[in-house]
Ligand binder design. Structure first.
Ligand SMILES: Nc1ncnc2c1ncn2[C@@H]1O[C@H](COP(=O)(O)OP(=O)(O)OP(=O)(O)O)[C@@H](O)[C@H]1O
Ligand SMILES: [Mg+2]
Length: 558
């Protein structure tokens, strides 16, 4: 080769002949043409593969699009100024919209609840400047449906560069969020309840002391005396305070309940006249009671109180009149319902609902209504009505729910677990405090004032109290009373039949009864005089309320 090259250089320098030159020229052209042809065919192959790539890309875009169309989560692209560019059907459904055309170009903020707009704007701003983030917010659809949505947002870039929008993936987390919020609320109510119940309980004891002391003092003051009026006022105020603390106790679930197998329909029927008077003439009262409502286990007077409070609230919500509907029904709460309603145990329940067509309330109000002292009625309400309802319903193993919207009235729904339709029977009451009880006590005391105070104290501790002014009267009560009777609480020194003799004769009639003596004489003094044995139960007078209730409980439990 190297020889030939050399030779051609020699040839160009000194051409051998024209024919040889032409031949060389044509060979060169043929070479170039072949190269061109090869390039063309290579190009043809290249453009074919390009076409195929293009088709493939188009197909994969369609494929991607169809995935996005079917994607159960919302996929959206938002313009830098927050307007909607693209959204898949799942997203449209979350906003109650059927086609993208309806809302393309709309500002997404229009679908965000006002309390979450600031965070929403902040996230958008962060993404537009290259960041990313997530947000849980309340969305309000075209038809007013409220949904909790959780969105993850990243910048949407042109190629790999300039940010031309926001790409968001959003999922509906309504069920989970509602559940969490309800749980939080229930926990809050629980702790407030414990606090209120604890304070109310101590308060109640103090009030009993104030009340009884005022009562005892009143015995020594004549009517017409200036002190008499003052003491009466103390007593009245203490009574009112006691009524308030009783409501707090109810909220704190520290009430002593006497649950019985109860027909709620009967309670409603019995109270119909009272409801009618309560709501007045401008409000139409409708009772739709299910004829075969199953019984529940609840305290009659507590259920009455619940209904009264709900009816009174409904009346207040309808100053211009309206319709108040009380409905009862048997409902089976299933696992799905329980999953969305913390504290509900699935199973058959009696539903009681109270619906009004009044002012209604917004969401932030309805979140707070069961809290003690929450009221929108200024000085006209204590804000304890619904707290009482809540406490009573909870203590009866039930639950209470509210649905309402401004201007749309309100519905309060209570679910109480059903029990078998056995004949009504008194179930043992729950004792909320160690010094309280539900037993029946026969109280014998010849001094009217002392008898009254002791009766009040014991009744406020939950006991049923029968009274007698002397031994003979007591024996009479014993003969006639055929219910349970657990304790004889008697003064020792009384005219006629004394305490000791009364006790002996009582035990002959009812050998199971306990006896507790009370006397103004010191314990050991009585012992020395041989009136009482050492193991006899005895309480000295005067005694405090706490002493008396504690001693009574102790004797009953011994
Ligand atoms: N049916 C209802 N419609 C609209 N708002 C209601 C309704 N029931 C209760 N509320 C709201 O709940 C608040 C709390 O009610 P709650 O019964 O606990 O207290 P109150 O009625 O204000 O006072 P009280 O019951 O001591 O008279 C009310 O102040 C009111 O704002
Ligand atoms: Mg009320």
């Amino acid at each position: 080769m190297s020889v030939g090259k050399k030779r051609s250089v020699t040839t160009r320098a000194k051409p051998a002949s024209l024919a040889a030159e032409l031949a060389a020229e044509s060979a060169k052209r043929a070479e170039a043409e072949a190269a061109l042809r090869e390039r063309d065919s290579l190009l043809a192959v290249a453009s074919e593969s390009h076409r195929r790539t293009e088709t493939a890309l188009r197909e994969s875009e369609e494929y991607l699009r169809s995935i996005i169309e079917l994607e159960p989560e919302c996929v959206k692209i938002v313009s830098p100024d927050g307007r909607l560019v693209e959204m898949n059907p799942a997203g449209l459904a979350m906003l109650d919209v059927e086609s993208l055309d309806e809302i393309r170009g709309c500002h997404l903020l229009d679908f965000v609840a006002s309390e979450h707009r600031a965070e929403f704007i902040e996230l958008h701003r962060r993404v537009m400047s290259g960041g990313s983030g997530q947000l849980r917010f309340l969305a309000i659809g075209r038809k007013g449906t409220r949904r909790w949505l959780e969105t993850h947002a990243v910048p949407y870039r042109k190629g790999k560069g300039e940010i031309i929008g926001l790409l968001g993936i959003t999922r509906d987390v309504t069920d989970r969020t509602t559940m969490q919020l309800q749980l939080q609320q229930a926990q809050k109510m629980d702790s407030v309840g414990r606090l209120a119940g604890g304070v109310a309980h101590d308060f109640n004891n103090l009030l009993t002391v104030i009340n009884s002391t005022a009562e005892i003092a009143l015995m020594d003051v004549k009517e017409g005396d200036a002190l008499h009026d003052a003491l009466t006022e103390i007593r009245t105020a203490a009574d009112r305070a006691a009524a308030l603390t009783r409501q707090l106790l109810a909220f704190g679930r520290k009430q002593i309940l006497k649950p019985v197998v109860l027909d709620v329909n009967k309670v409603i029927t019995d109270m119909h006249g009272m409801f009618q008077r309560l709501v007045g003439e401008d409000i139409t009262l409708v009772c739709q009671t299910s004829p075969r409502l199953k019984a529940v286990l609840a305290d009659t007077s507590q259920v009455e109180q619940v209904l009264m409070n709900l009816v009174a609230n409904a009346r207040d919500a309808m100053p211009e009149g309206g319709t108040l509907t009380i409905t009862t029904a048997n409902v089976d709460l299933d696992a799905a319902f329980a999953a969305n309603h913390p504290s509900v145990v699935p199973g058959p329940h009696a539903m009681i609902s109270v619906t009004d067509t009044g002012l209604g309330m917004d969401e932030s109000t309805s979140k707070q209504i069961f809290e003690p002292f929450f009221s929108t009625k200024g000085g006209l309400g204590t804000g304890l009505g619904l707290s009482t309802v809540y406490g009573i319903v909870k203590q009866s193993n039930g639950s209470v729910w509210v649905t309402s919207a401004p201007g749309k009235g309100a519905t309060f729904t209570i679910y109480l677990p059903q029990v078998d339709d056995s004949p009504p029977q008194i179930v043992e009451a729950l004792v909320a405090d160690s010094a309280m009880g539900t037993e029946t006590i026969l109280l014998v005391e010849d001094e009217d004032g002392v008898r009254n105070v002791a009766r009040r104290v014991l009744a406020s501790a939950g006991y049923k109290v029968l009274t007698a002014a002397n031994g003979a009267e007591a024996l009479d009560v014993l003969q006639r009373h055929d219910g349970p009777l657990e304790l004889l609480l008697t003064d020792v020194i009384m005219p006629g039949i004394g305490g000791r003799e009364l006790a002996t004769r009582t035990l002959e009639i009812r050998p199971d009864m306990r006896v507790l003596f009370m006397s103004g004489y010191a314990d050991d003094a009585l012992g020395r005089r041989g009136v009482l044995d050492a193991d006899t139960n005895f309480i000295g007078k005067p005694c405090t309320v706490a002493d008396l209730t504690r001693k009574v409980r102790q004797v009953l439990d011994s």
